[in-house]
Design a protein around this ligand. Sequence first.
Ligand SMILES: [Zn+2]
Length: 462
Amino acid sequence: MKSLEISSKRQGLSLLVVAVLSLAWAAAAAQTTVFDNVRVLTMTGSGVVSGARVVVDGEKIISVGAAKGAIDADATVIDGAGKTLMPGLADMHVHYFNEDDGAVFLANSVTTVRNPWGTSQTLNMDAGAKNGSLMGPHIATSGPLMDGPKPIWGEGSMKITSPDQAVGAVESQRTTGYTAVKLYEGLTPEIYRAAVAAAKERNMQVWTHTPDGMSVNELLDLKVDSLEHFDNVDDVLLPEGATADGYFARWAAADSAKMAALASRSAESGMWHSPTMSVILQRYVYGADPEGFFQRPESNYIGPGLMQWWQGSAQRIGPYTDERKAAAVKQKQFLKSLYDAGAPVLLGTDTPNPFVLPGFAIHDELALFVDSGIPVEDVLRIATADAAKFLRQEGEWGVVAADARADLVLLDADPREQLDTLRRPAGVMINGRWHNRSDLDGVMAELKARVAEAREKSAAAE
Ligand SMILES: [Zn+2]
């Protein structure tokens, strides 16, 4: 402490801050939490364990065993009687840049997100989720989108016009700390291949749309890591010799017999499909009735900017036609074909695209997977353990097991019987930090009030 006394006021202060922070960290790290007498969906080979005791120390689960024997007197004990504990969910396709969404994700049982277009801000937000300075989920992120000379999403995308430039862009994203690249539609096939090769050399993942001039079959041959939104799958599924104009017409015409073939090719390739059912079909259901949608209580957390964008897009979306309904049937059928063939799939929403609510949309996505015919037990595994496996972090999270990260949700019902229980968890643990129901309610009420105020201000300014 001597050096602190003689240092300047400013240095002393920052030293003090460091000292306080490390004390807080030490306290958090030493904190033991015990979930006792709880039913556990482990998402491992151990399956479901009843009457369990799950002990969390610091950021990690240290044991999952029977609820018997003495509990450390210093531990915080959470009574799990009648409740179910499972890993937090992963929304594997989000665009998360509004820090307010962090608490909304947690309140909806989402403890990890994958963000396929990130910046250094995203990396900071992930660090904040881990050290507790930001209330929100862990984030796996790619760097900025890599597109051609006229990027679809404009500024913010990297404009790549040569194979060398692609290699340079991949390398710069690696050194910035991204673990994946997001490749987009305007890349030429030659540049696209160069980017994929550069990413693979660097052990980075490739998350992708289908570039113009290439087919999904070529992506399967290249063994890219994930294809988003079933992008251009409709071209492969079109019946021989058929022509159908437009996205929905092509999907509505999709040949069911071709689905099984593409699904088994996908399984062989190991490429994961990230269908984002919420954005490819559910948004058209909601967008056809924007008034009804904005009456839903979940819409109370949408700020004025997003709301304006969504209202404008509702006019472009228009009615939910029979053709769209027919397309949706085929899209679900293809998802089921993938499942039947053992092809890996990711559960993600593409929030905050129009009518895809941050946090809340995960429940639509889960329901759409179940509705496609995938058993609910497997849907829950896809949304947890499989997501970690995709990110090459199998067993590190997405499971309730010793040494896994303590990202957990405590539920009032068994989600295998009542999926909706995930909408309102009794509590959520993120990286070992526990938020009980009243904490979550408090944060959500505060956010709702702030959004209402922002909407009023924006309405008054018009
Ligand atoms: Zn997206």
